[in-house]
Design a protein around this ligand. Structure first.
Ligand SMILES: *[C@@H]1O[C@H](CO)[C@@H](O)[C@H](O)[C@H]1NC(C)=O
Length: 434
């Protein structure tokens, strides 16, 4: 069971990473180009998204592809790609064409009015390039509502690749009950000089790094951190040195003068710093998880710098999950060895707690949000298959890797070899004002 599950999960992850669809981003003349409808939602809350067709929009007549098979990261982020049904072919202009008609009965109109009132906007994809459009507009006094019915697409191509897409919404139509509205589109292909590798550059905020001030502030915070760390370590070193000076002075005195019982300064704590914590199980699990999170953040930042993770939907999340699973031995190593050094006996229990602490917290939160999302039919609702996949990853990837890490940790650095002995009686911690 376990190996089969493992293979399945790894395969799922590999597929999730490797399958950049549509498929290699090159097209022959007149080859079909798919316009994917993604989500629609209020402009002022980017997290709240619904399926595009949850609004009473209508699709085109072409029905070849139905649902896009999404990757793990996309499923978790609520990507819901559905085929628009629009007939678009590479380098073939389309004049304004009506692709469907919609009867404005009461529920339909109400749905559109609600969406327009809340500034709904929608998102589409062509060849992985995102396109945004606004659903409609209200006039100033908020009585008349207008829907944009005409999607004017301008697509830039360079050789056999798509490098640029612009959408202009036109055809403002007033929403009058019991009339018919016609949705139309047009496509214009333009030659473009944008390189394929640079096609995502226009989505990055280009004005951000043009201003020197941002570089200055980044530099500033960086220097601030270094300065503070230096300051704190200097204070610590001074205190330590002062204590040492006092100890060595005492050494020169004869035994009679020495005040035996009264230790002070750093010596005061030496008998207690290596005392096992009162809850070694939780303590070592937290430390192990912390080490793992640190490793994950570090690796994901490095990967994000080297690879353009933002160009593919959901790939950041997929990468983070993959790296999290892969770095489980780190968690096991640090948590397990610390637990062993503290003399803990129930190491299997510690391993389970350490392995599932973060996944359980994240999944618990997600589960709760999921209930709300399902209730509102939001596209964020996580599909059942994805939940099963995440559970599989937890049990068949994270747990075994954690076990490896724990065994390594216990055997390699599980022996307590502290530089000083632990006092038998814990020293009472003096009460201090807060
Ligand atoms: C899209 O709009 C931008 C900015 O207005 C323009 O520079 C670019 O040429 C347009 N692309 C196409 C394919 O029309």
């Amino acid at each position: 069971m376990a190996p089969a599950g493992l293979v399945w999960c790894v395969a799922a992850l590999l597929v999730a990473r490797g399958r950049a669809d549509e498929h290699d981003h090159t097209y022959q003349d007149k080859e079909e180009v798919v316009l994917w409808m993604n989500t629609v939602g209020p402009y002022h809350n980017r997290q709240e998204t619904y399926k595009y067709f949850s609004l009473p929009f209508c699709g085109g007549s072409k029905k070849s592809i139905d649902h896009y098979h999404e990757t793990l990261g996309e499923a978790l982020q609520g990507v819901e790609l559905e085929f628009s049904g629009l007939d678009i072919k590479f380098k073939e202009d389309v004049m304004q064409t009506t692709y469907c008609e919609k009867e404005l009965d009461k529920p339909t109109r109400d749905a559109f009015v609600y969406a327009i009132k809340n500034h709904y906007w929608y998102q589409m994809y062509i060849d992985d390039l995102p396109i945004w459009g606004i659903v409609g507009e209200a006039d100033e006094n908020g009585e008349d509502y207008y829907l944009w019915t005409y999607k004017k697409l301008e697509i830039g191509y360079n050789g056999n690749r798509i490098v640029d897409v612009n959408l202009t919404s036109e055809g403002k139509v007033k929403l009058v009950p019991n009339t018919k509205i016609q949705m139309s589109y047009s496509v214009k292909w333009k030659k473009s000089d944008v390189k394929f590798e640079d096609r995502f550059d226009k989505y990055l905020d280009p004005s951000f790094f043009q201003h020197r001030i941002h570089w200055f502030s980044i530099f500033n915070s960086f220097m601030m951190v270094i300065f503070l760390v230096g300051l704190v370590s200097m204070i610590l070193m001074r205190t330590l040195r002062k204590d040492y000076a006092r100890y060595s002075k005492e050494e020169e005195m004869d035994d009679m003068d020495r005040d035996l019982g009264d230790e002070y300064g750093w010596k005061q704590v030496h008998g207690d710093v290596f005392r096992p914590s009162s809850h070694p199980l939780i303590f070592s699990s937290l430390i192990g998880s912390g080490c793992q999170i640190f490793a994950v953040s570090f690796i994901v930042i490095i990967v994000a710098m080297l690879e353009d993770l933002y160009t593919e939907r959901g790939s950041m999340l997929s990468t983070a999950i993959f790296v999290y699973a892969a770095t489980s031995p780190v968690n096991g190593y640090f948590g397990g060895s610390l637990y062993a050094r503290q003399g803990g006996r129930r190491w299997i229990k510690q391993m389970f707690i350490g392995a599932f602490l973060i996944p359980a917290m994240v999944c618990g939160t997600a589960f709760f949000i999921n209930f709300i999302a399902i209730y509102y039919h939001a596209s964020r609702a996580i599909p059942f298959g994805t939940m099963v996949a995440v559970c599989c990853i937890c049990f068949f990837v994270i747990l075994p890797l954690n076990l490896v890490g724990t065994i390594l940790g216990r055997n390699l650095s599980g022996q307590p070899n502290f530089p000083c002995r632990v006092n038998a009686v814990p020293r009472p911690i003096p009460e201090k004002k807060w």
